[in-house]
Design a protein around this ligand. Structure first.
Ligand SMILES: N[C@@H](CCC(=O)N[C@@H](CS)C(=O)NCC(=O)O)C(=O)O
Length: 218
């Protein structure tokens, strides 16, 4: 079983951190989160902005055998799919000074080593100042990584999410926390893929969407 460092600064029993392949400014950097990083960055940062990236769609197409699944029952977590018409909402975190190397070292273990993600530079548009876009680093799982599962019907993805859990918790928590975030972003932030999976989960879990009759029995 893979071991994740229990604290950001403890030395993980893993190969030394390999810094991102894209050039980063060692003194200041924005990191774009669009999955678990939206609610659990778990690294120190100086500022954060809600906003979006254009040209990408979010998809539950990455398998996860550590955080939200196991080797026998891999969970499903999100990645970014290049999509000319796409727009993905998330949170950008600004790291400065020593925060940069600490964040990259931590994320290299969490995202790259344990999750199969690679780094990519994206353009981030803050919700409040979309006319002042920022360059940001994103962690993206490409089809070349061994954990990549690729497309599947949303109903099948929902079934897999309901059945899986891992080191960081149940896969359903991962889905619902992301759905909660998207609710907070407001009506302009639509994610049809995410909504379809949440709806499919709802139809599979009557207790998840209790009927009046069911509530009357409580
Ligand atoms: N890179 C995306 C997805 C990140 C993600 O969900 N990565 C998984 C690794 S497989 C993770 O960190 N999971 C932690 C958790 O599920 O709490 C993001 O920016 O949020």
């Amino acid at each position: 079983m893979k071991q994740e460092s229990t604290a950001q600064n403890s030395q993980p029993a893993l190969p030394p951190a390999q810094f991102p392949r894209v050039d980063v400014d060692p003194q200041a950097l924005w990191i774009f989160g669009y999955g678990s990083l939206v609610w659990r960055p778990d690294f120190a940062y100086s500022d954060s902005r809600v906003g979006f990236v254009r040209g990408y769609s979010r998809r539950f197409w990455q398998g996860d055998t550590f955080h939200r699944g196991s080797d026998k029952m891999p969970g499903r977590v999100v990645t970014l799919l290049e999509d000319h018409e796409g727009c993905t909402w998330g949170v950008a975190y600004q790291v400065q000074g020593e925060q940069v190397s600490e964040a990259l070292k931590y994320l290299n273990v969490r995202e790259a080593v344990l999750g199969g993600y690679d780094t990519k530079e994206v353009t981030f548009y803050p919700q409040d100042t979309p006319d002042q876009p920022l360059k940001a680093l994103a962690y993206v799982a490409t089809p070349q990584n061994p954990g990549y599962l690729g497309p599947a019907p949303e109903e099948a993805i929902a079934t897999q999410i309901l059945a899986c859990s891992g080191f960081s918790g149940h896969n359903l928590e991962y889905l619902l926390r992301l759905a909660d975030f998207m609710q907070l972003c407001g009506p302009q932030a639509q994610d049809e893929h995410l909504t379809a999976i949440v709806d499919a989960v709802g139809t599979m879990l009557p207790c998840f969407c209790p009927t009046k009759q069911a509530l009357a029995l409580v």
